[in-house]
Design a protein around this ligand. Structure first.
Ligand code: FAD
Ligand code: 2HG
Ligand code: ZN
Length: 480
């Protein structure tokens, strides 16, 4: 199939805008520049767009009516959840002819079935709200990321978010049993099944998960729950080197009966940023090393002896020279402080200047090859740049963010971004990795899609897009 050219969307005329407003009523729309502003720039302020109208439907029926009207008028729609995405997928283009559809008012927990270990939620529920609803029923919804107080479950599913518990519970994709979706022609697909077994044909929900709003609007989901943890142990360790991280992770999994939930890499530079900018943060360990790991184990049953098991594993790792030092949190408060440093890294990075982000993955055993080679590459090709590597090392997912040289203007640095990112991504691909582990494609990684995806993969994706959204009205110009 030839490259699919974006079709010329029609600019919504005033009659359409008025009809759309009447669907949602006076509380359901915004069109004043001051009100729209927060919805028009992405979290990192790398993308800026325009819209004639932001709609906030409160029911699936309203979403369906909006999509039907837009489809009839050939007007494009950009779905937006918490707008914390890091690939620009939820930000409209600057043409000013795309309608923004916020899911913020679709925020009801429809049902929680404790016996079935499922919860049915609307797309606009904040992730934290879903976690809290599960916890109130002595259940766990394990998806967790630093943006969880703002991002919405519809956005999480649409980006197939990862986060800090993938090692044990999988990505967002693995946590979904059913979906309700408004299709690009306005029909509603009710796939809200709460079944763990259902082999009746293609698994349609998987098409919409990770599609970043290009195939339809997710309005509700049935999510899997798990027993709430009854034991939790959090530890922090200074690594001999990156090889030690891979070895230690395997040891922690084996020693704990596979109770390892998080295994997160922190660089010394990240800890120094936290010490400088977060009041009350203390260095977790005396030993100064280039890399540290934050480890968390949980068990659903009391008496699982997790702490003793981890102590034994860490003591052996110290003895064998994998670690320079390690500490186990003595209280929930101490554990929270350790997590504060890890989760604060993204926010804190602004203090280090302008950065170019990479969200790569490689097979876990290749992380120790990737990081030093990527750092060397930056030093040779872009002298003075300051790379920071951190993230979900247990999943082989490294956030490799490169900062401008101290003396260089931020804009001049960003102008080199294409060459720099191509070099980093080429390396990840050479190591059988991915150029987008968890943040998606949005507008940020379109070039990489063309560079690295095979013709067969691109062709299949475009055929799916064409089949579901022949007029290219759903989040056009994103992903494919
Ligand atoms: P938005 O940004 O609003 O939208 C994301 C995409 O989904 C857009 O393309 C949008 O059009 C589409 N979309 C949104 N809602 C719907 C819907 N209902 N139906 C169809 N399409 C929809 N990501 C990770 O994976 N792991 C992390 O650890 C992580 N940590 C983060 C930490 C911070 C501090 C920040 C700012 C971001 C982080 N992210 C992380 C990225 C981001 O939080 C996730 O991508 C999140 O899933 C986005 O959810 P959202 O509601 O903000 O979506
Ligand atoms: C995280 O793991 C997020 O904290 C953000 O995915 C990563 O800041 C980043 O590059
Ligand atoms: Zn991450």
């Amino acid at each position: 199939m030839n490259d699919m050219k974006p079709l010329a969307h029609r600019r919504p005329n005033s009659a359409l805008l008025e009809r759309l407003k009447s669907v949602v009523g006076p509380k359901g729309w915004l069109d004043q520049p001051g009100d729209l502003a927060p919805h028009l720039a992405d979290w990192r302020r790398r993308f800026q767009g325009k819209t004639p109208l932001l709609l906030k439907p409160a029911t699936t029926a309203e979403v369906a009516e909006i999509v039907r009207l837009c489809a009839a008028a050939q007007a494009a729609i950009v779905p937006q959840g918490g707008h914390t995405g890091l690939a620009g997928g939820g930000t409209p283009h600057d043409t000013g002819d795309e309608i923004l559809l916020s899911t913020a008012r679709l925020n009801r927990v429809r049902a929680l079935d404790a016996a079935n270990y499922t919860i049915t939620v609307e797309a606009g529920c904040i992730l934290k709200q879903v976690q809290d609803a599960a916890a109130a029923a002595d259940r766990l919804f394990p998806l967790s990321l630093a943006a969880e107080g703002t991002c919405q479950i519809g956005g999480n599913l649409s980006t197939n978010a990862g986060g800090i518990a993938v090692l044990r519970y999988g990505n967002a994709r693995d946590l979904v049993l059913g979906l309700e979706v408004v299709l690009p022609d306005g029909r509603v697909w009710d796939g809200l099944r709460a079944l763990r077994k259902d082999n009746s044909g293609y698994d349609l929900k998987q098409l919409f998960i990770g599609a970043e709003g290009t195939l339809g609007i997710i309005t509700a989901a049935v999510l899997r729950l798990f027993p709430a943890p009854k034991e939790r142990v959090t530890a922090f360790a200074a690594l001999r080197d990156l090889d030690a991280a891979v070895d230690l992770q395997a040891r922690c999994r084996a020693a704990s009966g596979d109770s390892l939930v998080s295994f997160e890499l922190l660089p010394r530079a990240g800890i120094d940023l936290a010490l400088r900018h977060i009041p009350g943060v203390a260095d977790p360990l005396q030993a100064k090393r280039d890399y540290y790991v934050l480890i968390e184990l949980t068990a659903a049953a009391e008496g699982s002896d997790l702490r003793a098991r981890l102590e034994t594993a860490l003591a052996a790792a110290l003895e064998d020279g994998l670690l320079a030092d390690a500490t186990i949190a003595e209280s929930a408060e101490q554990a929270r402080k350790l997590w504060f440093v890890r989760e604060g890294i993204t926010e804190l990075q602004k203090y280090a200047g302008v950065s170019i982000k990479h969200d790569i993955s490689v097979p876990v055993a290749r992380v120790p090859a990737f990081i030093p080679r990527a750092i060397e590459l930056c030093a040779k090709m872009f002298p003075g740049t300051r790379p920071i590597a951190f993230g979900h090392v247990g999943d082989g997912n490294v956030h490799f963010n490169v900062y401008q040289p101290e003396a260089m203007d931020g804009g001049a640095f960003l102008a080199q971004g294409e060459a720099l990112s191509a070099a980093i991504h080429d390396l990840a691909m050479e190591l059988n990795g991915s150029f987008s582990a968890e943040h998606g494609i949005g507008r940020l990684r379109l070039q990489e899609m063309r560079r690295y995806k095979s013709d067969v993969e691109l062709d299949l994706m475009r055929r799916i897009k064409q089949a579901l959204d022949p007029l290219d009205l759903m989040n056009p110009g994103k992903v494919v």
